[in-house]
Every structure is written in structure tokens, then in C-alpha cells.
Design a protein around this ligand. Structure first.
Ligand SMILES: [Zn+2]
Length: 318
């Protein structure tokens, strides 16, 4: 029996999982990342977590064929180097070499959203579809393309920064420095920001009564207000869904996916956003793209990154 380990490394938490050769997740552990304590601490902790998973099953560490890790940032998957990860404060860090030295197992790192998309493509909502376009609507927006089990990287491994396409008419400054990026509207943060702006402009909405300060508003509050028929919340969801549909129409035309898998915190808004998004997609896409396009919500939730990382490591290790 062969085993694989997958790691989902976030700015707040690390999740490590042990998987069998069919990539069923057998067990997982979660610990705080404690990025402020430095890279050696974080990488050492990942090694300990993997040792713990093996020990729990009374497996020798050598039973684990390879380790995959998804990291939020710019990753060179071939060199195994994290070029930049803002949340972790990492720059040009040889993560694969360091972790592999601690465990004596081959390690393959990659971008976290690619690992999410690969996980969903292999074991989640994208299973059975040849071409899967995975997007996450979280703090920001990112995307990755999986074609018959293979990831598309682009020339410098930075394909898929879908949140930073510029939407005409949008005026908010993005974290990247540009103005009008899709993620300033359609991410979880973008939704909350829209709600705060409506309140600041004096609009009447029940969202004001849901929190003691508008700073506490989240995408979940907007969903709740929407369900109670609040016009401001309805307007926000319609605008967000329409804009997301417009952005997606460009991606779908270029990439011709069989399925778009949508995950991340803002995806919990579900049909409140997806209904106007579909309407806009149908309006903007040629029928040959729209007719067979499936749109699904992610199924693996927090496990997608762990599973995708393990799958990726197994493929890379050959
Ligand atoms: Zn941007």
C-alpha cells in the first residue's frame, strides 16, 4: 500500500492530510501556522505533523511516497521555490528542499489555488469533466485550469490571477495597486466593502441593525439581508453576480472549460450571486460555449487543497 501526504499551508493554519493511493483522505491534522516565528518553524511544524500522521497509523515514514504542499503565493513548482508569499512573509525560499531534508521524502510545492482546482478536478465537483476551470471567491479571487488532469501554468507560472482583470466602470483600488479589479467587487472582501459603502452613502438597509459597526459586516450578513428582501443586499448580489458573469465570459471564451467550479467563502452566497452570473454569461457567451457549460460549487471544501497537493505530488514524483 502506498501513501501520500498533502499540505494546505495558509497564513493562519496548516492542514496536513494522509491519503491512500486512490487519494482518499484517511486522516488530517490542523495547527496554527505561526508564520511570525519564521520559515524554519513553519517548515519544521509541517514535518512534525506528517510524522504524527504516519505514527498514528503505525506507518514508517518511508511508506509515504511523496509530499505535496499548496502555498498562497508565487511559486516556482519546478525549482520548488516560493518566490513570494505575503501572508507568510516568504521570499525566494527553497521550501521543497528544506522540507524534503527533514522528512527524507520528495516534496513538491505549488500555488494553493492550483492545488484546490486539481483537488476538485480529481475528487470533487470537477470529477469526470475533461476541462475544469476552478475559481475561488475568498479574500481575493484566483483561478486555475486543469485539462485532463494537467495544470496550466503559463510562461512564468502566474497564469490564473483572475481577480485582477479590470472591470470597466469599477473604481475601487485593489490590493495590487490597480483600479477596478474584479476582486474589489466579487470577493468576500469586495462584497463586505460594497455593503459598507452603501451604508456610508446613507442607504436604508437592515444590515445596519445586524452589526454594531459596519466594519463587522461580512458576505454572510449580505446573504441574510437578501433573504429578508433587503433591497440594498439584493442590489449588491445582482451587481456582483453580473460582474462575475462578465469576467467569467472572457475566461470561458478563451479556455472553453466543461465545468466551472466555484469555491471560497463568497461562494456560500450560492444562487444569490450565481443566478445573475448565469444570466450575464448566457447574454455574453456564444451558444457554442454556453450550451454545454456546467457551473458547480466546490464539493471538497477545506479538503480540496490537501487532496490536490497529494495528487500533484504523486503525479510529479511519477
Ligand atoms: Zn488587482
Amino acid at each position: 500500500m502506498k501513501y501520500y501526504a498533502g499540505v494546505d499551508l495558509g497564513g493562519t493554519n496548516i492542514v496536513c492530510g494522509l491519503l491512500d493511493e486512490q487519494f482518499n483522505l484517511l486522516d488530517k491534522v490542523k495547527r496554527p501556522t505561526e508564520a511570525a516565528k519564521g520559515a524554519d518553524h513553519v517548515i519544521g511544524r509541517i514535518a512534525e505533523m506528517i510524522q504524527e500522521l504516519a505514527a498514528k497509523r503505525e506507518l514508517p515514514l518511508e511508506a509515504i511516497q511523496s509530499v505535496g504542499a499548496g502555498i498562497p503565493g508565487l511559486i516556482d513548482p519546478i525549482q520548488g521555490i516560493c518566490r513570494f508569499a505575503g501572508n507568510l512573509n516568504w521570499r525566494d525560499l527553497d521550501v521543497s528542499a528544506r522540507l524534503s531534508k527533514l522528512l527524507n521524502i520528495p516534496v513538491f510545492i505549488d500555488n494553493d489555488v492550483r492545488m484546490y482546482a486539481l483537488g476538485e478536478a480529481e475528487k470533487g465537483a470537477g470529477q469526470g469533466y475533461p476541462v475544469v476551470f476552478g475559481i475561488t471567491l475568498g479574500t481575493g479571487i484566483a483561478a486555475a485550469l486543469v485539462e485532463n488532469g494537467r495544470l496550466y501554468y503559463g510562461g512564468r507560472y502566474i497564469a490564473g490571477e483572475f481577480g485582477h482583470i479590470i472591470m470597466e466602470g469599477e473604481t475601487r483600488t485593489c490590493g495590487c495597486g490597480m483600479v477596478g479589479c474584479l476582486e474589489t467587487v466579487a470577493s468576500a472582501t469586495g462584497l463586505a466593502k460594497q455593503a459598507r459603502e452603501h451604508i456610508a452613502s446613507g442607504k436604508e438597509t437592515i444590515m445596519k441593525t445586524m452589526v454594531s459597526s459596519p466594519d463587522e459586516l461580512t458576505a454572510a450578513h449580505i446573504s441574510r439581508a437578501y433573504d429578508e428582501g433587503d433591497q440594498v443586499a439584493v442590489d449588491i448580489m445582482n451587481h456582483t453576480g453580473t460582474l462575475l458573469g462578465k469576467g467569467l465570459s472572457y475566461a470561458v471564451t478563451l479556455l472553453n472549460p466543461d465545468v466551472v467550479v466555484i469555491g471560497g467563502g463568497a461562494a456560500n452566497a450560492g444562487e444569490r450571486i450565481f443566478a445573475p452570473m448565469r444570466k450575464e454569461l448566457q447574454r455574453l457567451l456564444l451558444p457554442m460555449y454556453w450550451d454545454h457549460l456546467e457551473i458547480k460549487t466546490a464539493e471538497l471544501l477545506d479538503d480540496a487543497g490537501v487532496i490536490g497537493s497529494a495528487v500533484n505530488a504523486a503525479k510529479r514524483a511519477g
